[in-house]
Design a binder for this molecule. Structure first.
Ligand SMILES: Cc1cc2nc3c(=O)[nH]c(=O)nc-3n(C[C@H](O)[C@H](O)[C@H](O)COP(=O)(O)O)c2cc1C
Length: 455
């Protein structure tokens, strides 16, 4: 039985995909501005053998028909929202085994400064950092940054150029062994081994040396979540871990197989990308009690807030569509993952489902043993590599999992029982795999290969 990777899906704001759940009596996300809230969470995740904390992020807020509805502020729909990256050094300081994935947008960040921030984090965490690469669909963000909106597929062209430049900076500027720190000889680095990079891409230009010296992983672990066809092709070329969205084992099994096939066609091998699915769990002393708890959580969702949240991600106003129309007629230049997800249903059913679940797909309910059995079954049926655990309330949903379900998963051989400090990439691909493998396109920007690229 293969061991699963377990991540925690988090965001630096009060609502995590279930808009309105912030007000639940057991919910502590209102403490998101306090460092000790996050430090306690990181310690809890490490205690529970979580492999990583995934920090989602986006700029902006909902706009419906040109206006931000009042419910946005009443229910805190994606606003207020703090920068998650700034939490990481503090969380790394209170953990040793937990990895961190943080989101940065290729549509709104600048490659050079972004690369330096990730290199810094890779140093400070000793190789425990991953970058969730997103293309940011929201037109509001373009307004906030004073830029015109980019069409969907062009965002991915820009993302590829962003990554190509990032790879050059991470991999191509400082050779292995270039940093000497030789006090006796008074030489910090060997000038002959540090090289200016040259990038004249369709979107970005950069000439010169990378500011940061090589970090444990050099390129941070690359994660990706866009499931549109362009997003999937981008992932096949670049990603090392991908978040899939499927509502049942059959759908997830198809997606896992497609992903492995795409990675193989891209010359990287079927096992080059770890496939992860979202997962929510509600336990109880009986299945019926767990189901009651789930319904109680969902009763806190505010339907108008959920519609505003949907519009923010996709640009689609669910209330403005004919409820009887097929969702397959809906098109968008916004994010497509949450639109494609409903192409086989009517607008009415899609709206009802999204209001209920937000981005959640797999929601497992039952006794801890029943849930662990279900997880084992899903892994077997789908070949998934792991899950991004999406809580309802924090920290309660985590303590339920850590204290009740994780021990069952460990007994079943589905989760590791030992700790080992390693880099994020090694956690996925094994000891000695801290750097991008030679099949990954980023590796062709290493100094030895660079002369061919530039020449
Ligand atoms: C698990 C998961 C996490 C995501 N996290 C973020 C995020 O933090 N920020 C963001 O802008 N988009 C996030 N997304 C959205 C996608 O990364 C992607 O940018 C979006 O769906 C648009 O791409 P698409 O048109 O290919 O779907 C997430 C999606 C999933 C499934």
């Amino acid at each position: 039985m293969k061991q699963i990777l377990l991540g925690a899906f988090e965001i630096n704001q009060v609502n995590l995909t279930s808009q309105g759940l912030w007000a639940h009596p057991d919910q502590n996300t209102f403490r998101y501005k306090q460092l000790d809230y996050w430090m306690d969470l990181a310690r809890l995740l490490e205690r529970g053998f979580f492999d990583f904390l995934f920090l989602a992020d986006s700029y902006g807020y909902p706009v419906l028909r040109g206006e931000t509805p009042a419910v946005t502020f009443e229910q805190a729909v994606e606003i207020p929202n703090n920068d998650p990256m700034l939490l990481i050094p503090a969380l790394a300081a209170v953990t040793s085994d937990l990895h961190f994935a943080v989101t940065a947008s290729t549509t709104f960040e600048e490659p050079y400064s972004n690369a330096r921030r990730f290199a810094t984090l890779d140093h400070l965490t000793e190789g425990r950092i991953g970058w969730n690469v997103v293309t940011t669909s929201s037109a509001v963000v373009a307004e906030l940054f004073g830029r015109g909106p980019l069409p969907h597929d062009e965002r991915y062209l820009r993302a590829q150029d962003f990554l190509d430049l990032s790879y050059k900076l991470f991999e191509g500027s400082w050779e292995d062994g270039s940093v000497l720190v030789d006090k006796a000889a008074r030489r910090y680095a060997d000038p002959g081994m540090v090289h200016p990079i040259t990038h004249d891409g369709p979107y970005f230009t950069s000439h010169g040396y990378f500011d940061s010296e090589p970090s444990p992983q050099r390129t941070p672990l690359i994660l990706q979540a866009g499931a549109s066809s362009t997003g999937r092709a981008f992932a096949a070329a670049n990603a090392e871990m991908v978040f899939l969205q499927g509502k049942d084992s059959a759908m997830l099994a198809r997606q896992v197989d497609d992903l492995r096939e795409a990675a193989s066609s891209a010359g990287r091998g079927r096992e080059a990308i770890k496939a992860i699915s979202g997962l929510s769990v509600v336990t109880g002393s009986s299945r019926a009690q767990a189901e009651d708890r789930l319904e109680e959580y969902l009763s806190w969702v505010d339907a108008d807030a959920a519609r505003a949240y949907y519009a923010m991600m996709t640009g689609v106003d669910l209330a403005a569509l004919d409820p009887d129309a097929s969702f397959s007629t809906v098109t968008t230049e916004g994010g497509r993952t949450q639109v494609d997800r409903y192409k086989d249903t009517t607008v009415r059913d899609a709206a009802a489902d999204f209001i209920r679940r937000g981005m959640r797909e797999l929601i497992l309910v039952g006794t801890p043993l029943e849930v662990a059995d279900q997880i084992g079954g899903i892994v077997e049926e789908t070949d998934l590599d792991g899950f991004n655990y999406t809580p309802f309330v924090s920290p309660g949903s985590y303590t339920d999992l850590v204290d009740l379900v994780v021990p069952e998963l460990q007994r079943a051989g589905l989760m590791r029982t030992e700790r080992k400090p390693d880099t994020f990439r090694e956690r996925l691909f094994g000891d000695g795999m801290a750097h991008l493998p030679s099949e990954h396109p980023g590796s062709r920007f290493r100094p030895a290969a660079m002369s061919e690229v530039d020449g």
